[in-house]
Every structure is written in C-alpha cells, then in structure tokens.
Write a protein that binds this ligand. Sequence first.
Ligand code: SAM
Ligand code: SF4
Length: 492
Amino acid sequence: AKEEKNWINSVIKEEEIEKYMEGGRDFIDDEEIWEKLKQNQNPEPSRIRDILQKSLSIETLLSDETAALLNLKDPELWQEVFDVAAKVKKKVYDNRIVTFAPLYCGNLCVNNCVYCGFRRDNHVIKRRVLTLEEVKREAEVLAGEIGHKRLIVVYGEHPATGVHYIRDTIETIYSVKVKTKNGYGQIRRVNVNAAPMSIDELKMLKEVGIGTYQVFQETYHHDTYAKLHPKGTIKHHYQWRLYCHHRALEAGVDDVALGVLFGLYDWRFEVMGLVYHARELEKRFGIGPHTISFPRLEPAANTPFVQETRYKVSDEDFKKLIAVIRLSVPYTGMILTAREPAHIRREIIASGMITQTDASTKIGIGAYSDRYTEQELERQQFEIGDPRSLDEVIRELAEMGFITSFCTAGYRCGRTGDRIMSLLKTGKEAVFCKLNAVLTFREWLDDFASEQTKEAGEKVIQKELDELKAKVPHKVYNKLIEYYGRIKNGER
Ligand code: SAM
Ligand code: SF4
C-alpha cells in the first residue's frame, strides 16, 4: 500500500499542465458553454443551411455554430442535418469502415470513478493482469482466428500496468504472426486506451509504435467531473486528463483520440466540450483528433450510479449528438462501439456517419483465449450490447454497401497526424484508400470469411472495382487489377 501511495503521488507532473494553461485557466469555460447554448436558441433555417454548407467544405465549426445545431427543434431540419452528416462522411471516407477489437490487459485500478465496474472500491470484481504470455495468446486468437488487424488495448490505472507494462504488451502484440489457411494473421495497429501519462512516458510508447492514444475526458463539466472522480484519486485532477493529448502530441505521438462518456452530464454541453477540445488541438498543433468516441453508460457489476443518473441519453438524442459531432469536426474518424445493441448499431451505421466499429468484442480479462462465450460481469468493466462476431458484422456491413478496410498502410507510409489532415480535408484520402481497401478486403475474405460473408463481400468488391475503373487513371487501375490477381492466387 505504501508503494502504491508513493506511485500515486509521483504520477501527476504539474509543470506539464501549467505550460498549456492560460492565465491559470484551462480552455473549457463552463459558463461560456452554457452562454453559447443560450445565445444560439431558435436558429433560423437559413443559418442552419449555411452551417451545413460549411461542414460540407470540411471546415471545423465555430462553437456558436455547433450550439445552433444543438438547439434545433424542427424534425425536417434535423433530417437535413442527418443527410448532410452522411454526405460529409462519404466525402472524407467514402463507404469505407474499419473494424477493431478491444483487448483488456488488466483491471487493477487505483481510481474510484463512480460509474465504472473496475473502480478501486468495487470488491465484487475479479482482478487480474495478463502476463505477456497471456497477452500473446489473446493476440493469437484475435489475429489468427478472428482476423483482426487493429486492436485497442485497455488498462486500468495501476503501478502493475504502468507504462513499462503497456510498452511490453504493445511489443508483444506486434510480434505475433499466426499462419492461417491461406496466409497469416497479424495485428498491424495497436491503439491504446489508458490513463493520462507524462511526456517521457508517451515518448516510450511512441518508440514501440503506439497507434492512436485515446483518452476520454468522460465529462467536460468541471463540477460534475470533480464529483464523479472522488478526491484523493489521480483521476480527480481534471487538467491532468484534459491536457494529456497535448502531451502526447508534444511527445511525438501522431494520432490522439477524444471521447465523452455520455450519461454523466447534459449531452449538449458535452458535445460543445468536444468541439472546444478539437479546436484547441488544431490551434496549438495543427492536428485535430484522429477519432472521437461517444460511449453511452452501460450497466456494470455492483454499480448503482448507472441506474441513478438523470442524464441518460435517449436513442433519439444519441443519433442527434453523433450527427452534430460529425458536422462540427468533419474530418475526424467516428467510433461506435459494441456497447450499443445490434439494432442501434445497425441503424446508426446505416445512416452513414461512422468510420470505425468493433466486433467479436469481449471485454473480460483473458476472455478471447479463455473462450468465454457468456458475458461475466465480475470480469468486465461494463456489459456490452452487441457480441456479434467480426464475420457477421462484416457481412451486414457489406449488405449495406460498406467495404471493410483492413489497410494500415497509411500509418506505415507516414500518412498520419497533420499529413493525413490535409488529405482528409480535400477528400483525396477517400479515393486513395479505396484501392487498398479493395486489396485488403480481398485478403481478409480469402483468409477468414465464411462462405456467406465471402459472397456478400465479393458483391461490394465488384462494385468498387467498377467505380474505380471510372475514377482512377488506367495505369493505376491496371496495377490494382494485377495486385488483386496476385492476392487471389495466394500472395499476401
Ligand atoms: N482506466 C483508463 C481511463 O479511465 O481512462 C482507461 C480505460 S477505461 C477502462 C476506458 C473507458 O471506459 C473510460 O474512459 C470510460 O469512458 C469507459 N467506461 C467506464 N465505465 C463505463 C460504463 N459503465 N459504461 C460504459 N463505458 C464505461
Ligand atoms: Fe479505473 Fe478507468 Fe474505471 Fe476509472 S474508468 S475506475 S480509471 S478503469
């Protein structure tokens, strides 16, 4: 316990926060946000349409513009908002979607977040930290049997799963290469969802090839934040968390990701917070968030807060908040997770605003290689809503006309950070990536898909090839067909 206490006291580096604060204040002003929401009530339809046009030109909205969208009442105008949100996604990302799986490595935690199953005082939870051998086994199932190429690794905040452990788990996962019937399985991108870290720690993760560094602010509302993350814990420090993406970018990490846990406070306020955060990163670093997540609170073992909160977000408001985020930060990736039940995921993905989703999701520690089929809340942080397999999800996506891309070449070729930003904003990335989406989807269908999914996937590929033939120069198309043939013949 003494060691743990010493560790807790050494985590927060005030000097790494102060350098970014202005006049001793952070960039979220609760009163200003409420004021903006008040000032932009009853927006004129013509103003809304101007704002929609601005989003379509892939420009980040001003906070007043986001506030106007959030104040909309007219259902017909909301429909226009949804339609333009889908167009924005299509312009930036086309009909591509990427899939990933979460890999929980440990559930020890020194914090006491009232909404989380893993909080320190929750004694019903079975605590466990995977050994590196166990991490390897998890990665082998994910890469070799299911066919994932991207993971998000998740950790509680604890000395046993500190930065050295995180670094070792990332290295272990990248080292896995599993032979499959036609090729091999490998994880190509390891994103990290972990506690805020210092610049030196983030540099260590950069060295081993961290993908996106994802930290959710949970709530941007200062008083609510202080109440839900009790005093005496590391997480109680609002600004240590708020500026962790700044530190990551300063440490050289290319991509950072934002999120809010919806259900802790008023959803309109939180969307404003996200937009302020995105604009702050753009202003300081010329790079906005690589992705934004919008998890809703889910039930967790022995966690009554989830039932008691008065800020639960309805399905209808959930769809609205996703559309407003899509329009406010038009270049960003948007992640919808398996926390949501299948019917909600289906509806929201079909509406065309999402770029990433997880599948074959298990969040119990060691659950992939232990082959747990039922959810077991005592091993999990919360309950997931959609346990469908990657194969099933990809089939459904294909039937909706989406192509699942397993390409991670962009990252390896340096198309990250501010370099990807300009490609995304000009819509160039949409075509560029289509070629690699076709090739990597073909590989995946041959290596991992069921017959039914293969059939649905091949229809999408054919459509894509026809489209590409009309869109790209002959030389490029011929090269694509050559590579496509080689992949079909078993080359990887
Ligand atoms: N411990 C680290 C932290 O808090 O940042 C990272 C991992 S934490 C396990 C990942 C995220 O899960 C949190 O940021 C929070 O938004 C989300 N979460 C916690 N409790 C949840 C619940 N009951 N339902 C849905 N999401 C939850
Ligand atoms: Fe720990 Fe993260 Fe859960 Fe908070 S949300 S109790 S920090 S695992």
